[in-house]
Design a binder for this molecule. Structure first.
Ligand code: C2E
Ligand code: CA
Ligand code: CA
Ligand code: CA
Length: 276
């Protein structure tokens, strides 16, 4: 058949061969990455625009592998596919909690750290238990930890809402990440109490110079606030974007304030904001 012929052709295309080899390499390298200590976590500040206060950090995974630096957008999907995401995700959460505990010991003000959690981890029925164990081990109060999930997690509402309830009982916060990029946005937030709505960079990028995009963004911000959620606008890079967004009294995150940095460097950026 025609379609089978096309598949055969695709199977032997050099690009596909390359990408499947690359995937195999990444899969193999991922098996050793944790024991070899190849991962690190970087932290990006979240700034309350009206006050200029740093109110949190997002934890972002970095992998310095034998293959060189590999971006999360490339290795996270592979880790999800091969199952490594479970141990990696646990490691990131523990690492973020250890950082919080270390900052507390240094006498820093209490702050929240957000950790990205993959849809695959959200299908793990023991996920909430694992979270509770890591909080207990690291002695971090649950209220300082926020779990970031994407809308895609909420498509299977029955499976995920039980876990959401368990997490809320533990006391961790819940953020919907990349809001505005999916097709089920409203369903995702209709049935669960979320603490934070994170609006995707792509929505913000179109705003300057487009009244229609601005109207949509303003309405989403209002929606988040009406639901009692904090609103974080992601990917702010310019002073123009920051000035505009400040009028909407949201929290901003982006290169304008800081790139994601190792814990000690992130703390120095935080100090800079504390001095202001
Ligand atoms: P995300 O959760 O939406 O994270 C925001 C991404 O935008 C990060 O990319 C961050 O470095 C980048 N970013 C922040 N500010 C700006 C800006 O002003 N301009 C631009 N162009 N980019 C900005 P990163 O670190 O490469 O992570 C990419 C994605 O990989 C994340 O998107 C998240 O989906 C995933 N990821 C990262 N760390 C983890 C993790 O520990 N676990 C899981 N499951 N996923 C992770
Ligand atoms: Ca995120
Ligand atoms: Ca995001
Ligand atoms: Ca994203």
């Amino acid at each position: 058949a025609k379609s089978a012929g096309k598949e055969n052709y695709e199977f032997f295309s050099p690009e596909l061969l390359d990408s499947s080899l690359r995937k195999q390499e990444i899969t193999a390298a991922l098996q050793q990455a944790l024991v070899n200590g190849e991962f690190s976590v970087h932290y990006q500040p979240q700034v309350e625009l009206v006050s200029g206060r740093v109110i949190g950090f997002e934890a972002l995974l970095r992998w310095n592998s034998a293959l060189g630096a590999v971006a999360p957008s490339e290795f996270i999907p592979v880790a999800e596919e091969c199952g490594a995401i479970h141990s990696i995700g646990e490691w990131v959460l523990r690492e973020a909690c250890l950082q919080l505990a270390a900052w507390q010991k240094e006498g820093r003000p209490a702050i929240c750290v957000s950790v990205n959690v993959s849809a695959k981890q959200f299908l793990d029925t023991q996920f909430a238990e694992k979270v509770a164990r890591i909080l207990a081990e690291t002695d971090v109060p649950a209220e300082y930890v926020e779990i970031e999930i994407t809308e895609s997690v909420m498509i299977d509402l029955d499976a995920s809402s039980a876990l959401v309830e368990e997490l809320q009982a533990i006391g961790v916060k819940l953020a919907i990440d990349d809001f505005g990029t999916g097709y089920s946005s409203l369903n995702a937030i209709k049935n669960i109490q979320i603490d934070t709505l994170k609006i995707d960079k792509s929505l913000v990028d179109e705003v300057l110079g487009s009244d229609r995009s601005m109207a949509i963004l303003a309405t989403i911000i209002e929606l988040g606030k009406n639901l009692g959620a904090e609103v974080v606008v992601e990917g702010l890079e310019t002073i123009e974007q920051v000035t505009l967004m400040r009028q909407y009294e949201v929290i901003g995150q982006g290169y304008y304030f800081s790139r994601p940095l190792p814990g000690d460097k992130a703390a120095r950026v935080w100090d800079k904001y504390l001095e202001q």
